[in-house]
Design a protein around this ligand. Sequence first.
Ligand SMILES: Cc1cc2nc3c(=O)[nH]c(=O)nc-3n(C[C@H](O)[C@H](O)[C@H](O)COP(=O)(O)OP(=O)(O)OC[C@H]3O[C@@H](n4cnc5c(N)ncnc54)[C@H](O)[C@@H]3O)c2cc1C
Length: 567
Amino acid sequence: MIDCDVAIVGAGGAGLFCALEIAKRRKDLNIIVFSEVFPTRSHTGAAQGGVNAALANVAKDDSPEKHAYDTIKGSDFLADQEAVFKMCSLAPKIIYELEHMGTPFSRLENGKIAQRPFGGAGFPRTCYSADKTGHVILQTLYEQCLRHNIKIIHDFLVLDLVASENRIYGLVGLDFSTGKLWGVRASVVVLATGGFAKIYWNRSSNCLGNTGDGVAMVSRLGLPLKDMEFIQFHPTGLRRSGILVTEGARGEGGYLINNQGERFMKKYAPSKMELAPRDIVSRAIETEIREGRGFKDEEGFEYVYLDLRHLGKKKILERLAQIRELSIDFEGVNPIKEPIPIRPTAHYTMGGIDTDINGKTPLKGLYAIGECACVSVHGANRLGGNSLLDILVFGKLAALDIVENASFEKKEFLAKALAKVEEKIAFLFEDKKHSENAFKLYKELGDILWSGVGVFREEKGMKEAMEKIIKLKERAKNLTVKDKSDVFNTELLFSLKLLNSLEIALAVVIPAIERKESRGSHYRLDYPKRDDKNFLKHSIITKENGEYKLSWKEVQITKYKPEERKY
Ligand SMILES: Cc1cc2nc3c(=O)[nH]c(=O)nc-3n(C[C@H](O)[C@H](O)[C@H](O)COP(=O)(O)OP(=O)(O)OC[C@H]3O[C@@H](n4cnc5c(N)ncnc54)[C@H](O)[C@@H]3O)c2cc1C
C-alpha cells in the first residue's frame, strides 16, 4: 500500500504545475505524482506552436478582454464565459511566472517575450519558444518539481479510482516495471491524464498514452462527462502518420495549396485565410480533397500541400526547425525546398470530465485538470495556444482550492477495489478460443471513428460507427494477452487501455448523434447550420447501471451573446 495526502495522476503540464503550486504552499502535505511515462515524455512536451497571453508585446492594442472575445467566438459560443474571462485575465501572470522559473521563451529585438499570430486570434498573442514550446515548459516544470522534492512515480499505470459514499479514497495502479499491483490511499486525487484523441489511432497527432484513461475511470464511477462529441481535427497533420505540423507554420506565413496551385482558403475565410480557426481550415482541406482538388499518392493517401518555401531557409531553420526535421524524417520532404503533404488529424478533445472552475468534480476530493477535464473554456472549438494556457491556469486554480478547502482526514483503503483489478488482469491473461489482439482492435477503432465521427458527420455514418463500436466491445471480451511477462508488458498495457478507449468512443458517438446541428468541430452534413434555439447547451453523458445516459446543461453566457461566426 502506498499512502499520501494528494495523488496526482499525470505528469504533463497540468499535473506538474498543480503539484508545484500545492508544494510551494503546503510543505506538510505528502504529494505523489503518478505517471505512465517518464514526466518529460508526457504529451505536453510535443506542443509546438506556443501559449496564448495578451502581453501586448507585439500588438499594443491587445488585452485579456480581446483574448476572451476571440476564445468565445472561436468556441462557437459554447464556452462558459466566466471561466474564459478567468483564464484570459490570469494568462499574463502565468507566463511571467513561467519566465521567472526559467522557461526560455523566444525574444523580440527589444528583449521582450516574442509573440506570433495564431488561428482565430485578433492579434499576435502566442508566446513561443521556436517550435518547441511544450518541451521547454515541461522541462522547466519538471526541474522545479525536483527542486521542491516532489515525489514522482513513473512507469505506473493507474487503472481505477476507489470511491465510496460520495468520497474518493484512492486508486489502484500497476507498476509497469515490475508487474506489481498497488493500492494507493489518498485523501485527494487529481486527474491530469491528458486528452483522448489517440482513440483515432493512426489518424491522430497524439502520443500513444492519450487513450482517455482518466475520463473512462471517472465515467465508471457514474460521474458526468461533458461535450464529448467535440473532437478537434487539426488541419495540418503529416499525410501518412498524422504527426503534427504546428499552426505556427501558418502563423509564420505558410500557404495551403491545392492541385490547381491555388491558395484555396480565400474561398472559405477571405479575411483570415490560412489563419482561420482550425475547424474551418480542416473542413476547407477536406472539401478540396472531396471535390477532386487534392492530391493522391500511390499508397492511396490523399492530401493538400502546406508550402513554406517562400519563408526562406533562415526563418525555417530558426523558427520551424522541428517541423523541418519531422517533414524530412516522416515524409522525406525538406520544407525549404518542397511543399509538405498534409491532411487533418485528430488532435485535441474539447470535452472531458465535467468540473467547476477549480477543477472540482461532484465527488468529494476528486479533481480533474488539463485536457482530460472540461471546465469549459474551449466549447465547440479550441483556439491554438489556449490549451497550454488552460492546463496551467486550471492546474493552479485546482491547487489553490486543494490548499484552501480540501480535507485530509485519512480513510481506510477499500481492499476489494484491488481484488477487482487483479481479476480483470488475470482474465486478460487467460487463453481464449477466439482470442483478440489489442493493437488490431485499436486500428479498427481508429478507422471506424475517422470515417463515422470525423471532420464531416451525418446520422447514418455515426449510427453505423456506434454499432461497430458495440461489436468491437463484444470482441474485446476475448482480448488475450499472449505475452505473459511481468516486466514492461506493453501488450497488457494496451489491452487495459483499449478497454478504456472503447468506453470513451461510445461516449463520443452518442452525443454526436443527438446534437442535430453544426457547431465548431462538430460538423453535420445533415444539419449544416448552428441551432442556438435547441443546442446552445453542453451535452452531459453519465453512466448509470452500465449504460450511458445523455442529458444537457446550460451554457454560461455572461457578456457576449452568440453571433454569426465569420472570419
Ligand atoms: C502535437 C501536439 C502539439 C500541440 N501544440 C500545442 C500548442 O502549441 N499550444 C497549445 O496550447 N496546445 C498544444 N497542444 C495541446 C496541448 O499540448 C495539450 O492539450 C496539453 O499539453 C495537455 O496537457 P496535460 O497536462 O493535460 O496532459 P499530457 O501532457 O498529455 O499528460 C498526461 C499525463 O497523464 C499520464 N497518464 C495518462 N494516463 C495515465 C494512467 N492511466 N496512469 C498514469 N498516468 C497516466 C501520462 O503519463 C502523462 O504524464 C498540442 C497537442 C499536440 C498533440
